[in-house]
Structures are given as structure tokens and as C-alpha cells.
Design a protein around this ligand. Structure first.
Ligand SMILES: Nc1ncnc2c1ncn2[C@@H]1O[C@H](COP(=O)(O)OP(=O)(O)OP(=O)(O)O)[C@@H](O)[C@H]1O
Ligand SMILES: [Mg+2]
Length: 337
């Protein structure tokens, strides 16, 4: 895989931003892009023997109608990281600086050898139930503590972006493609949008979690909003569920991980009766499973027979949604056993 190119303009902008954050000691730091996208750019910076990471809403060349979204998202991400850092030590990279003007922030560099991406580990069959447990505990704790801080609702009033980035591409798109389930899927999207109980991350996916020596580290909080904690839980469980379909030989340990994450999380649901929470999360899990097949952002690793299995199973669940999360998992488990 070739490294993405950094344009001169991007480099100059990044340099200016790093200088405003007073993070540079040398005049000529090395700046290496890790990923390059339309809305954000992640770079590794090597400066006078010091290595760190910076994420920005560049490149400005891609200015378009939705330019405001990436700009706001960078701020939402730093705000979420700072809040999470206070609640779960080590759960996010240390924030080193923020440059609001350049829509950029800098964070500690977490070396991939010591902090591999959870997704890579899962797909390699290296599945740790303890890691899943720690992730359930971290997310549950963040939800539980923030649910008691209503002042965060105004700081993270990002419902519009959440609609555009999560509900529309996943649930509303799937509703359009499955006419007969349109009513149910739209109702789930609507209920998620209007349930505002805690600070959520919005993208709790194995590709956004590093597995460090002291536990999981969460990244990529661009979708953070004051919203429905059930979304974070179901979004994450869904990834484990889909991986179990894709890796039948590892399915049972993946589903055990799912159950461990769920158990840790549910023991932290303090903001509402657990049964009410679970009913929303169960419907969301079924809907998200179908959305990762037929929404705008399908998972890339499922083969066509695996897609069929998820489609059939989740469709049946959406038309008659169970009230417990584990009952969403059971039909998958029975097929995989
Ligand atoms: N602090 C860090 N230290 C080391 N690597 C990092 C750090 N932050 C991010 N990365 C690497 O960059 C990748 C992308 O980060 P992130 O998910 O925040 O960006 P993104 O633009 O949203 O990317 P994507 O669209 O791929 O999710 C991570 O999976 C990780 O490999
Ligand atoms: Mg990411």
C-alpha cells in the first residue's frame, strides 16, 4: 500500500497549525500522512526526536457544500476525547494541543507495534475476551457518568451531523432499499434521533479502537453527540456479530466476546431501566446488521453467501424485534453453530 501524498498546500497548512499549537522545535519536521480522505487527514509528525500524531479537517482543496461538517467534526472529536480522558484514564490518546483556527488537533503517537488496531487483531483470529470486556466497561462508564452531566448536551449538540453521518447512510438508506421494513427502520432512526440521554462516541468500531498494553484506546470521535447510548453499544456489537458470520471457525469466541462486552456494559446502565435500554438497543442491532449489508456503507469483508445470511436473519428480526440483545444474537449463533 503506497502512502498517500501530502500536497504542498496541506503541508503548509499543517505546519502553520502545528506552530500555532507551539508544538514544533525544529523548522523542518517530517510530516507523513497516515490516511488521506475527503474530510480528514491524519499525519505522523517527527520533530527534533519527538514523534506525535495530528488530525485535521484538511485538505481545504476539497471545500464543498458540506465543508462545515468536517470542520465541526474535528472540534466534536477533541471535545469528546477530553471528556473521555477525564473519565477513563488511558482510554484515549493524550491530547497535546488544539488549533481551532486550522481545525486540527495533536495527540500522542501510539506505535502500531504496541497498539495494534482491534479490527486487525480480530480478523487475524487473535480474539481476547478480556479486551471486549474492557471495551464494554469503558463505553458503559462514559455513558453512565456523562448521563449525569446534562450541561454536556449543549456542548455536544451535534444531532444534525449525527443524522447526516450515521442515521441517514445506515438506517434511512436501508429503509429505502427494504420497502416492506421501511416503517420499522424509519421508526428506529427517529427514536434514536430523539433519545438524548448521554454523550456518545458515534463510531465505536474495531477499526477505531487500538489494543494497548494497558487496555483499549478509543479513536475517531468525529460523530460524537449527545444522544442515545444504545447506538454506541449496538454499533459495536454489530461488528462482532458480522465478524462471527465471516469467520465461522472463530464464531463462538467472537460471540463470547460479544456477550462479555454486553455484560460489562449492561451492568453500567444507570440512566434508565435496563429493559427499556435493551429494547431500543436490540432493535438497533438488528437494523444495523441489515444496514451494514444494504446501507450506504456496507462492510467490505462479507462474501455474498454471508451477506445473504445476515440479510435474511436481520430482516426477520426487524419485523419482530426481540426485547433482549442476546435474543438478536441467538438466531445467528444457531446458524453458525
Ligand atoms: N494517536 C495515534 N497514534 C498512532 N496512530 C494513530 C493515532 N490516531 C490514529 N491513528 C491511526 O490512523 C488511523 C485512522 O485514524 P482515525 O480513525 O482517527 O481517522 P479517520 O480519518 O477517521 O480514518 P478512517 O476513515 O480510516 O476511520 C487509525 O486506525 C490508526 O491506525
Ligand atoms: Mg477511523
Amino acid at each position: 500500500m503506497g502512502e498517500p501524498e501530502l500536497s504542498r498546500l496541506d503541508r503548509d497548512e499543517i505546519l502553520a497549525s502545528l506552530r500555532r499549537m507551539r508544538l514544533l522545535q525544529s523548522a523542518t519536521p517530517q510530516i507523513v500522512p497516515l490516511t488521506g480522505g475527503v474530510s480528514s487527514l491524519i499525519v505522523r509528525v517527527d520533530d527534533a526526536g519527538h514523534r506525535f500524531c495530528a488530525k485535521s479537517a484538511l485538505p481545504k482543496l476539497n471545500v464543498s457544500a458540506d465543508w462545515r461538517v468536517p470542520v465541526r467534526r474535528n472540534r466534536a472529536e477533541v471535545d469528546w476525547m477530553r471528556t473521555a480522558a477525564e473519565l477513563v484514564p488511558g482510554a484515549v490518546p493524550t491530547i497535546l494541543g488544539q488549533d481551532v483556527e486550522g481545525n486540527m488537533f495533536a495527540m500522542a503517537w501510539l506505535d502500531p507495534d504496541r497498539y495494534p488496531v482491534w479490527k486487525h487483531k480480530l480478523l487475524a483470529g487473535e480474539i481476547s475476551i478480556e479486551t471486549a470486556r474492557q471495551i464494554g466497561a469503558a463505553i458503559g462508564h462514559i455513558h453512565s457518568v456523562t448521563s449525569e452531566k446534562p450541561e454536556l448536551a449543549a456542548q455536544f449538540d451535534n444531532g444534525e451531523d449525527f443524522e447526516a453521518l450515521r442515521l441517514d447512510p445506515y438506517l434511512r438508506e436501508t429503509a429505502k432499499r427494504h420497502d416492506d421494513l421501511g416503517k420499522q427502520l424509519s421508526a428506529i432512526a427517529h427514536r434514536t434521533a430523539r433519545t438524548r440521554l448521554a454523550l456518545i462516541h458515534g463510531d465505536v468500531s474495531p477499526k477505531n479502537i487500538l489494543v494497548g498494553p494497558d487496555g483499549p484506546v478509543l479513536l475517531d470521535a468525529e460523530c460524537a453527540t449527545w444522544g442515545d447510548p444504545a447506538f454506541d453499544l449496538s454499533f459495536c456489537l454489530n461488528h462482532l456479530l458480522l465478524k462471527s458470520v465471516h469467520m465461522p471457525a472463530r464464531a463462538m469466541v467472537l460471540l463470547e466476546s460479544l456477550a462479555a462486552l454486553l455484560e460489562e456494559y449492561l451492568s453500567r446502565v444507570t440512566w434508565e431501566p435496563v429493559a427499556e435500554f435493551e429494547a431500543r438497543a436490540a432493535a438497533l442491532l438488528a437494523a444495523l446488521a441489515l444496514a451494514r449489508i444494504d446501507g450506504k456503507s456496507p462492510v467490505e469483508y462479507l462474501r455474498s453467501n454471508e451477506q445473504e445470511m445476515v440479510r435474511d436473519t436481520s430482516r426477520a428480526l426487524i419485523s419482530r424485534p426481540p426485547t433482549r440483545l442476546i435474543d438478536v444474537v441467538t438466531p445467528f449463533k444457531e446458524i453458525l453453530a
